[in-house]
Design a protein. Structure first.
Length: 333
């Protein structure tokens, strides 16, 4: 057996996760095991298995042409620091309890350094029509080479200052820029702080006016683009909750995260025409929007066609009568 890829030493922060990868080849296909030795003086190597450390350890292995194995450790603590060893062997006696294997296990090692996560105090303030986002890192740490401010995958700002304090200014109101922002300290490993701009739901209707034909299914949709996500969605018609007037079972509400949808089965002109209000609630308040539903008769689309046919018939009739009543041209002698 021999290694194709070996695990690499890594630095991580507490509460982070780490993944080590190992790949071996041989004939027959070798088995891969993971072992760990901590930094304590009297600590010896111990084998790791899937589900160890209160189910924080996940091991995945595949044996197809050659052996590959990945160990993933979540929610790291300082006790996870140490030497991780990938062992591979294809000796038939490798796991025998009394016999020693003829071919020893080959080993590849990687160190994982888990560093205590420093505290980051994040804050957002609204000043003169602007939003000021700040992060301040407390506690000693390695050299800071700069900062980044991010919103999702988008980099908003970068600098190369070495300060533990960093800020970013946004033009506008909280309602227009709600979401999760990250301040990233360029250290080894990177340290991230989170600044949340949180507001009550800013609900909007997908369409302010919807049309549907009698007997078809009507679909009304509302969404909330703001942060934090909606915890409860509800629909109202004429001041009454849709669930309270749903005796016929024609109303179906489907809500997921920041979107809700009201489906009305077998639309009725008299019963279903009107204004519908969608309401959203989160930990910062509530918001709503109104959608107007118009229900048309099934024959509504037929009337324009019948009108065109009638116009054509009238025109043909007029031409026919005109031709009949017109005097014939005089015949010359």
């Amino acid at each position: 057996a021999g290694f194709i890829k070996s695990p690499l030493s890594q630095k991580r922060l507490t509460q982070d996760s780490v993944e080590l990868y190992c790949e071996a080849i041989g004939s027959p296909i070798p088995e891969i095991q993971w072992w760990f030795e901590g930094n304590e003086p009297n600590e010896t190597y111990a084998q790791l298995w899937d589900g160890a450390r209160q189910d924080r350890v996940k091991i995945n292995a595949t044996y197809n042409l050659h052996s590959t194995s990945t160990i993933y450790i979540a929610n790291l603590t300082s006790d996870d620091s140490g030497m991780y060893e990938c062992r591979a062997s294809n000796d038939p006696d490798r796991n025998h309890l009394s016999k020693s294997p003829k071919v020893k296990w080959i080993r590849s090692q990687a160190n994982v350094f888990v560093i205590e996560r420093p505290d980051i105090k994040a804050h957002v303030a609204e000043v003169s029509g602007k939003l000021v986002l700040t992060c301040n890192m407390s506690g000693p740490y390695s050299t800071i080479k700069g900062h980044k401010w991010m919103h999702g995958d988008k980099i908003l700002h970068k600098d190369d200052t070495e300060s533990v304090f960093t800020s970013y200014t946004i033009e506008g109101k909280m309602e227009d820029h709600s979401g999760m922002y990250e301040c990233v300290y360029q250290t080894d490993p990177e340290i991230k702080g989170q600044v949340n701009i949180s507001v009550a739901p800013q609900v909007t209707a997908y369409k302010k006016s919807e049309h549907g034909n009698e007997g078809d299914t009507g679909v009304l949709t509302c969404k909330n683009p703001s942060f934090p996500p909606v915890t409860t969605w509800s629909w109202y018609k004429n001041g009454q909750g849709v669930s309270a007037v749903n005796a016929s079972g024609r109303y179906i509400i489907k809500s997921s995260g920041n979107k809700t949808e009201l489906r009305i089965l077998k639309l009725n002109i008299e019963e279903d025409t009107g204004d519908y209000r969608c309401n959203a609630t989160n930990s910062y308040g509530s918001g709503d929007a109104t959608v107007n539903l118009r229900v048309r008769s099934r024959l509504a689309a037929l009337w324009p066609f019948l009108g065109i046919v009638a116009e054509v018939l009238i025109l043909v009739t007029i031409i026919f009568i005109y031709e009949k009543r017109r005097k014939p041209d005089e015949v010359l002698d």
